[in-house]
Design a protein around this ligand. Sequence first.
Ligand code: FES
Ligand code: FES
Length: 164
Amino acid sequence: MPRVSLTVNGKAVTADVESRTLLVQFLRENLRLTGTHVGCDTSQCGCCVVHVDGRAVKSCTILVQQAEGADVKTIESLAVGDTLHPMQEAFRQNHGLQCGFCTPGMIMTAVDLVARKGHDLDDKTIREELEGNLCRCTGYHNIVKSIAAGAKAMAATTTAQAAE
Ligand code: FES
Ligand code: FES
């Protein structure tokens, strides 16, 4: 069995895996990081989005071996203790979820979006960027609202941290 070594949520991980193991399987089954969900078998839903070297990636679309040496972050990395990440808090405050199944992927996509496109996001941009994330419950309106609010809140957090 091939051996893989990568960093997941700041911790070094090494494991022997079957060569067909997907990154999402490795995260959920080997590491028990079950916040990353599997919502389809066609790479369409985006419930499995994580960050690989700082970019949003559908973790069902790559083998864990392809993440050799990478820095992987999952939804579990965002909150600090009991304090939610500003994007998580924005989803909570703006009712950006119902069943919550799509939410980890939505939030990881949203955090990546802010990193790429900044803190002032219009609805059109957010909707275009959510093309790869499907939600069966909310009708998207509150998800878009949450992401716009979360992007602004992330700017405030960054400014506050810089002032400390
Ligand atoms: S489980 Fe990865 S896109 Fe649906
Ligand atoms: S909140 Fe249920 S699938 Fe999106």
